[in-house]
Write a protein that binds this ligand. Structure first.
Ligand code: ADP
Ligand code: MG
Length: 364
């Protein structure tokens, strides 16, 4: 009897976005969660400059030690080139001295990359070109979910409530009519960003131009949104085991502590805390879960997503945004919500890989 070959998973992490370090920590958690009897893992890091390297599994690559954040650099390993040849499905390693060698037979790629060049459809396009199955949303869904304008438009078309907003394309400023319609305060944000980068809460129209300029340093397209007074509620969604209806997790409520809103510090520097499950009436929980599943489907997502909402005091629910590759660190909301729902971290990872393999690559 021959032992079946292990599934070869390339975990691609790090990357060019501001969430480089978070991605390294997520990748380390995934690496540890994969059963070595079933999976062979190839950790492929992307440097901040965009260079791909085959890294070892040295824990310091993947962990925050003291105040030092993990980082992938060119010195982290040998260079890797993804062969864009769908008949090969291989990674080619460029050895510093002996030219090229092949890591043939990658079965599936887990791109644990957040933000630009990771969660926005670009690496998904590259993997499609290479004919490699991958975990998570396809090119379209990734791009649509990364862009807050199109997330709102697609969700609205499915009847999912979204707060009042205006889109300012490059060079355009907010009209007086829109100021009237939105009222103060407003949130001014880059259409395509994350981790609260470039976002300002504006309580005086005199501060609007500066806020728009700040957001435009990240994305020329800016959204101005009416501030919604409400609780911040998140829901994890997983693709159905055999396709079919996606499943929603228990909800998390984010408390921003003494911050006014969920800014970068509250997110990553310990200012916030959370409740899982969120303390909400059963029918409100069901409503949020239903909207989360419908948003996932409306954007044509696959694999996983974290869908974020506001819930007002009178229990109106508004979609805020969807993340197609949410943080996967041990303290990230997505795995914590699923653990509370009964699916422990290794089971989540296992399911993500199985659903990616079942889907395969290309159109289906
Ligand atoms: N329209 C809004 N009303 C109230 N708070 C908002 C609004 N938009 C953003 N915020 C606050 O800003 C945070 C970050 O905004 P979000 O759109 O989720 O951007 P990011 O993709 O960077 O997480 C939210 O978690 C919330 O605290
Ligand atoms: Mg957010």
């Amino acid at each position: 009897m021959t032992t079946p070959r292990k599934i070869r998973v390339a975990i691609v992490f790090g990357g060019r976005s501001s969430e480089h370090a978070i991605s390294c920590v997520s990748a380390g958690s995934i690496l540890r969660a994969l059963d070595p009897d079933q999976y062979e893992v190839l950790p492929v890091g992307i440097t901040r400059e965009g260079r791909w390297v085959l890294s070892g599994d040295d824990p310091s690559t993947f962990a925050i030690t003291g105040r030092t954040l993990p980082e992938i650099t060119a010195a982290s390993g040998s260079g890797v080139v993804l062969a864009a040849d769908p008949t090969a499905t291989e990674l080619i390693v460029r050895e510093p001295t002996d030219g090229f060698s092949s890591l043939a037979g990658v079965d599936v790629v887990f791109p644990v990359l957040h933000g630009a060049y990771g969660e926005d459809g670009t690496i998904q396009g590259l993997l499609e070109m290479a004919g490699l199955p991958y975990v998570g949303a396809n090119v379209f869904a990734s791009a649509a979910a990364m862009d807050k304008e199109f997330t709102k438009k697609l969700a609205l078309a499915e009847g999912i409530p979204v707060g009042p907003y205006a889109v300012l394309r490059a060079g355009v400023s907010l009209s007086e009519a829109d100021k009237e319609r939105l009222g103060l305060p407003v949130f001014v944000k880059p259409s395509r960003a994350g981790s609260s980068h470039g976002i300002t809460k504006v309580s005086d129209w005199a501060d609007l131009d500066d806020a728009v300029a700040t957001a435009r340093r990240i994305d020329p397209k800016v959204l101005v949104e009416a501030a919604i007074v409400g609780r911040e509620i998140e829901c994890g969604v997983l693709e159905g085991e055999a396709g079919g209806t996606p499943e929603a997790s228990l909800l998390a409520e984010i408390h921003v502590g003494d911050h006014d809103w969920y800014d970068f510090e509250a997110k990553y520097l310990g200012g916030g805390r959370y409740d899982i499950p969120a303390d909400l009436p059963a029918e409100v929980t069901r409503q949020v879960q239903e909207y989360a599943r419908r948003t996932f489907t409306a954007l044509d997502c696959a694999g996983l997503a974290r869908v974020d909402f506001f819930v007002t005091a009178d229990h109106q629910v508004y979609l805020n945004e969807i993340n197609t590759m949410p943080g996967m660190t041990p303290t990230s909301m997505f795995p914590l919500m699923w653990a509370a729902t009964g699916l422990e971290y290794p089971k989540v990872v296992d399911r993500l890989i199985r659903t990616a393999l079942r889907r395969g690559s290309g159109l289906h």
